[in-house]
Design a protein around this ligand. Sequence first.
Ligand SMILES: [Zn+2]
Length: 356
Amino acid sequence: MIGNRIHQARKSAGLSLRNLGEQAGISAMAISKYENNKSTPSSTVMLSLARALGVRIEYFFRVSQVELKKVEYRKHSRLPKKVLNQIEGDAIDQIERYLELEEFLPVNPIELFKLPAGLPELIENYDEIEVVSAKIRQAWQLGNNPIHDLIDTLEERGIKVLRSNALHGEKFDGLAAQVNGTPIIVVGRDWPGDRQRFTLAHELGHLALAGRLAEHLDEEKAANRFAGAFLVPASEVVKKLGYHRQWLEPAELCVLKAAYGLSMQGWLYRAIDMGVISQSVFRNMWRMFVAKGWKKTEPGNPYAPENPKLFRQMVFHAYAEELINESKAAELLGKSLSEFRSIRNVELCVPQATDQ
Ligand SMILES: [Zn+2]
């Protein structure tokens, strides 16, 4: 059993047997034996392994409730195996910690994910996607305002969001998977916030639209339309931009991006989808974005990445009610005892700097 855990932690760290051996000062052969449960590491060896793998020693003893086999990525063709392994390891670790915490809580604040009733059964054109998004916003009582914390919003509704270091750069899209029936969305930890949010809303779109799209509609285009609509509802687009415009000032889009966490390019799409600008205005503006290099990097301050708070808050809740002890709380947060104590010290509580 410990063998499987070592294997899982190694895969998730993206290390070969040899790499790990070098870092822990143990032979690759010995590690292979531990992983295959052919021999049992001493406690000193386990400490070195834990240190090299960046996990706490408890990790090796945790009973896994998550079935690895059920992790299925919808679109993974472009991701190298090593990155997939790392993400899979991260996902399983994070979900295990959630499941463990949930067991300690008398009332689980997290619902099982389910779509609201009454969504249209067949969607025959892209405009009808606005209705799906509006119904979900309504059922989730989000009103029409900007969604402040999209990660927490989704997590409260039973979607697990994983931020992974393994997804970096421009190269990869987000990933969606299911583990034990729970939808998971993976975004890059270091992505700009507007990219994280668009990916989250796009993947929510896939979940919401699955099985409803008429055959002639493109799934990706539909999920993008959903994402835009979910981040900025139709009524808000018109309220902010007006009914008809001949041109949109980039500085105007920049302000709206900061308010809604939708990229300037995302706003351009919202403007054309809602008929606020014509095809030719859109084309001209798009050309300007390309010419100025804004298609890749938008001007102005980047939108800050999101910092999920729900899990951490639940851990402190359980700790306050003495449902878990200090060492369990630290373990669930993936921190050492002294790190845990310093997080507990509210004088150091800087909400934007917290990171689970
Ligand atoms: Zn997609």
